[in-house]
Design a protein around this ligand. Structure first.
Ligand code: GDG
Length: 464
């Protein structure tokens, strides 16, 4: 079988036997470990000479390089995270655009393609990940690389009206046509992409479902990323820590807990969630002193201004909720900016009565799936899930909420806290069937099968 070469923005070599990290890293790692291959990308360091370094572990070769300060500022901090990320999450109001950053983004993609080229064999297949690397295939084609190249977008693909707010949108998104296969998390994302291709790139849909635009013929498919339910269950089972932080009611019973885990990001809806929780305690006073919300929110992208602003806002709102409602023997909201071990996280999921996953927009949201997989089948908790998370397309048995409806979310939390065992079990079993039908292996295997099956990158006519 042809060798797999994975290209992702950030590469952190995984050592055998380590407790697995989430999502992308594990899915990709397993594919590489099974068949052997290369994992190529940025090593996370800034200011170094961008020379590539190789490190082999088993049959995986990690090839990584540092970024210069201007490359980091323009490609990563600038165009990727201050332009594309907010716009793809429907936050045009938070996006900024700088032509210099866009040129830096294109320059780094071209540089990465050049660094990779000498390592490639003619029959390698390339799997490129996420919004940092949209023009990577185009950069490869310019260097004469004719290998099959697939792209998976982990975040939502917005509607054409929103996408066209990216000033160089045509210049950038036409480069997606240089991939052989483009994968999305949901059917809505795939349809939004197809709409963009037809309306903005004069694309055509073939009778075989393929797309033709900019002189290229390519495919778009839906590959929802999943989790490994059995592995999560094992981790949750093996967690022996006591229920950290969770207090007892005046009668000595353990308090009911709601749990949320998100990177600290404005797309995750934390402010709205805290305010909804306040509404719960206001409208349903019987929950006061009897529940606690634990919010784990490790910081990310701390040098991007919008992230500094959301952090400040959250500190204010969390302080407001606790200041207003807490008492000497009860803290309603535990807000932690630290990262926990994965086993601890799965253990916390297991013990929490409610999983609150209420992003304003999310490609998939693995936490929703992990929360369900970590439950005790005999006494499962309830998932409250935003309709704007990709996961809601599969987990219809969750309590689906609109995160912009504060009172509606408070009502759903109340319902979740009171839900009878039978209903909890039914919903849990339904969701577990969905998790098993589209687990992490299926995500990877289906994408790679389609990339291998569909014809080699076909040039139809001259480009756009
Ligand atoms: C992008 C898309 C899509 C979180 N805190 C801790 C911790 N985590 C783990 C979770 C989960 C992962 O990080 C987060 O994944 P999400 O899917 O929730 O969100 P993003 O980071 O935004 O990921 C998203 C995903 O790509 C995959 O395609 O689902 O929509 O935005 O696995 O458990 N892990 C540990 N400690 C923490 O404190 N160990």
């Amino acid at each position: 079988m042809s060798r797999l070469v994975v290209i992702s923005n950030r590469v952190a070599p995984i050592r055998e036997g380590k407790v697995a990290a989430g999502g992308l890293a594990v899915g990709v790692y397993d594919a590489l470990r099974q068949n052997g291959g290369i994992w190529f990308g940025w090593n996370g360091e800034v200011g170094q000479n961008p020379e590539t370094a190789c490190e082999s572990a088993g049959n995986i070769t990690y090839v990584t390089l540092g970024l210069s300060k201007p490359d980091y500022n323009e490609y990563y901090r600038g165009f990727s995270n201050a332009t594309l990320w907010p716009i793809f999450h429907y936050r045009i109001d938070l996006a900024r655009y700088s032509r210099a950053e866009y040129l830096g983004y294109r320059r780094v993609n071209a540089m990465l393609a050049e660094k990779l080229k000498p390592l490639l064999r003619p029959d390698d297949i390339l799997w490129v990940h996420d919004y940092h690397l949209i023009p990577f295939a185009a950069a490869c084609r310019q260097l004469g690389i004719g290998n099959r190249i697939g792209f998976f977008l982990h975040i939502p693909f917005p509607t054409t009206e929103v996408l066209t707010t990216v000033p160089p949108h045509r210049d950038l998104f036409q480069t997606l046509c240089d991939y052989d296969l483009i994968g999305f998390q949901t059917e809505s994302d795939r349809m939004a992409f197809q709409d963009y291709v037809c309306r903005e790139l004069d694309g055509l849909i073939g009778t075989d479902g393929s797309l033709t635009a900019c002189g290229r013929n390519f495919r778009a498919g839906v590959y929802p990323i999943g989790v490994m339910p059995d592995e999560i269950r094992r981790l949750a089972d093996s967690y022996r820590g006591r229920r950290p932080m969770i207090g007892r009611t005046a009668e000595g019973k353990l308090r009911k807990t709601l749990i949320s885990v998100d990177r600290l990001d404005y797309s995750k809806g934390l402010v709205e969630r805290f305010l909804a929780y306040e509404q719960l305690l206001e409208h349903y006073p019987e929950h006061r002193r009897n529940v606690e919300l634990i919010q784990i929110a490790p910081t990310s992208r701390t040098d991007v201004k919008t992230y500094q602003a959301i952090r400040k806002q959250l500190e204010t709102v969390a302080g407001h909720v606790n200041g207003r409602l807490a008492d000497l023997d009860w803290m309603p909201l535990h807000y932690l900016n630290k990262s926990l071990e994965r086993r601890t996280l799965m253990g916390l999921f297991r013990t929490a009565n409610v999983g609150l996953v209420t992003p304003l927009r999310d490609g998939m949201n693995l936490v929703a799936k992990e929360y369900v997989a970590a439950q005790n089948p005999a006494d499962p908790g309830v998932l409250v899930l935003s309709r704007f998370a990709g996961a809601a397309h599969e987990l219809g048995a969750a309590l689906i909420v609109n995160p912009y409806d504060c009172l509606g979310m408070a009502e759903a939390m109340d319902r979740a806290l009171r839900m009878p065992l039978e209903e909890r079990k039914e919903r849990y079993e339904d969701m577990m069937r969905a998790l098993r039908a589209a687990d992490l292996d299926a995500w990877r295997d289906n994408f790679l099968r389609d990339l291998r099956t569909f014809g080699r990158h076909r040039v139809v006519t001259a480009s756009c």
